[in-house]
Ligand binder design. Structure first.
Ligand code: E4P
Length: 217
């Protein structure tokens, strides 16, 4: 499973990239607001820092405008993936942009049938939001499993990009189900590294090594 990082914080992205942990980046208008800098600059810097796809989201609501904005965003760097909302206009824009050879990520997907439509429109990625479904007491992980089954039934090439990830278990379960990608906040990525037995084991090894009086020289 590929890992994308779900942030527009360039410092965090660079650190995670240096550790070889990430295959791409996703942003959205709320993350751009947090970055508090011009979107064009933020996306350009991120695209320079990572080799993989960087999702940049359109903000228009009509297909025509989405296509125009999408092309502007794609003009920033060759690894921009145009993020479009799962609306009829978003799907029209997806079909158009995909046919022209752009990478697309259809976002705000909350049902398996919406995902099916995104695949039919040729999306490179579809982003089902796990956490936001869990928030309203609907099992977000069941959605990932349903989409996996539907895409496999019909050999759709659209990649399932598990989004709105809130817990380590979301990552584990998405991987078990076979999501192609998980986009993860940096706090979750950091938490994935940690295990109390790793910390305890390291502490013991360090203490015994000190007692041995040796050095690796
Ligand atoms: C995905 O592309 C979205 O940016 C993101 O995963 C949304 O997550 P949230 O529900 O935590 O805002």
């Amino acid at each position: 499973m590929k890992f994308f990082v779900d942030t527009a914080d360039i410092g965090e992205i660079r650190e995670m990239n240096e550790a070889g942990l990430i295959d791409g980046v996703t942003t959205n208008p709320s993350l751009i607001l947090k970055a508090n800098r011009p979107m064009r600059d933020v996306i350009a810097e991120i695209c320079e820092s990572v080799d993989g796809p960087v999702s940049a989201e359109v903000t228009a609501l009509t297909a025509e405008e989405m296509i125009r904005e999408g092309k502007l965003l794609a003009g920033i760097a060759s690894n921009v993936c145009i993020k479009l909302p799962l609306t009829l206009d978003g799907l029209k824009a997806c079909k158009h942009l995909t046919d022209e050879g752009f990478e697309t990520n259809v976002t705000l997907c909350f049902s398996a049938t919406q995902a099916l439509l995104a695949a039919k429109a040729g999306a490179t990625y579809v982003s089902p939001f796990i956490g936001r479904l869990d928030d309203i007491n609907i099992n977000g992980m069941e959605l990932i499993a349903d989409i996996r089954r539907i895409f496999d039934n019909y050999d759709f090439e659209t990649q399932i990009l598990a989004a709105s990830i809130r817990t380590l278990n979301h990552v584990r379960e998405a991987a078990l189900i076979g999501a192609d990608v998980a986009t993860v906040p940096t706090s979750t990525l950091r938490a994935l590294v940690k295990h109390p037995l790793t910390d305890k084991g390291l502490e013991n090894f360090m203490s015994d090594w000190k007692k041995s009086g040796q050095t690796i020289a």
